[in-house]
Ligand binder design. Structure first.
Ligand code: ZN
Length: 332
């Protein structure tokens, strides 16, 4: 992902790119604004753009630095997040030591403090010490939805960039293009997401949740499931009130499994089910998740064409069981 692919925040992105190119990126920045609008995404992108071997500027997305920052393994980029509910003083003392150290290999070091309002009082004071003398080769980015809960003395040492909520059209496009969500679902979630991509992703209804539990269980067990039970599962799915949503949901689960399998870096649609997804990603399904997700897209088209529901669900189960069967289908 590059700056132009991040939804909204046009002015903020322009400021960041300009200061990066001039090598004038402030040593301490505060990204403040509602949750789920892209603050952390842009903080990481700034680190990538600045440390890119062809930069600083728009990250090339091809060099070793870009790749390692994306995978979260670059030694000069660190993200600090609450350990439970708080960011404790030990973490910050360690951070302050590192802020004053020289970079391992890049032109600078980046320290991103997520949910900075979770800093304990002691931790805040420790951080303040670290920012008293502006670090020369380190950049600290504090991220928070409630800047007023930070110490005023910390706020005053940071250059603040404010993030606003996103218009629904931006959210819808993000969900469709970056997350591969079907248009109707993306539209619905964008409307309900209150200007936050994070909220739109997390949105779920009760019945949706229940169905997803069933689908997760199916994915976890399908490989060892006796034939008779597979038939029962297909029957049950074909009786779902909204069979198309079942397929869409299955597709979103497989998409997440593929993301995990590839080492992450992209937000999960079903982040709350991450533990189960991780388990499934390690197994046979994990290795073929992308392929299965694509086939389910075909099945959805077939279902829309008024195909027999039970037949479609039988094919779904056969596909997931690794028995193929989709050659029977002509998606046209
Ligand atoms: Zn690069």
């Amino acid at each position: 992902m590059v700056f132009s692919e991040v939804r909204g925040h046009e002015k903020t992105k322009a400021v960041l790119l300009r200061t990066m190119k001039r090598r004038r990126l402030p040593p301490a920045m505060l990204f403040s604004g509602p949750d789920g609008v892209g603050k952390k995404t842009l903080a990481l992108l700034t680190a990538r753009g600045y440390l890119c071997e062809r930069g600083p500027g728009e990250p090339c997305d091809a060099c070793s630095a870009c790749g390692r920052i994306r995978r979260g393994v670059h030694p000069d980029v660190r993200v600090v997040a609450p350990d439970g509910t708080a960011i404790k003083v030990e973490r910050v003392r360690e951070l302050v030591r590192d802020i004053n150290a020289v970079p391992f290999e890049a032109r600078a070091r980046f320290f991103i403090v997520d949910e900075a309002h979770s800093l304990t009082e002691e931790a805040s004071n420790a951080l303040l010490k670290g920012l008293e003398e502006p670090p020369r080769r380190s950049h600290v980015v504090l991220i928070t939805a409630s800047p007023m809960s930070l110490l005023p003395t910390i706020r005053s040492r940071c250059q603040t960039l404010r993030f606003a909520t996103l218009p629904p059209s931006d959210i819808r496009e993000h969900m469709e293009r970056e997350l591969g969500m079907p248009a109707d679902e993306a539209r619905l979630r964008a409307q309900l997401g209150n200007g936050s991509i994070g909220a739109a992703i997390a949105l779920e209804s009760e019945s949706y949740r229940e169905m997803r539990v069933l689908l997760l269980e199916l994915l976890a067990r399908i490989t060892d499931m006796p034939a008779i039970e597979r038939l029962e599962r297909a029957q049950r799915l074909s009786e779902e009130e909204n069979a198309e949503t079942a397929l869409t949901t299955m597709r979103s689960l497989l998409r997440d499994i593929a993301v995990i399998r590839q080492g992450g870096g992209v937000s999960l649609l079903n982040a709350d089910a991450e533990a189960s997804l991780r388990g499934i990603a390690q197994g046979r399904i994990g290795g073929r998740a992308i392929q299965y997700a694509e086939r389910i897209g075909d099945l959805r088209s077939t279902l829309r064409g008024n195909a027999n529901r039970l037949m479609v669900m039988d094919l779904l189960i056969q596909t997931l069981a690794g028995e193929e069967g989709l050659h029977l289908l002509d998606p046209s």
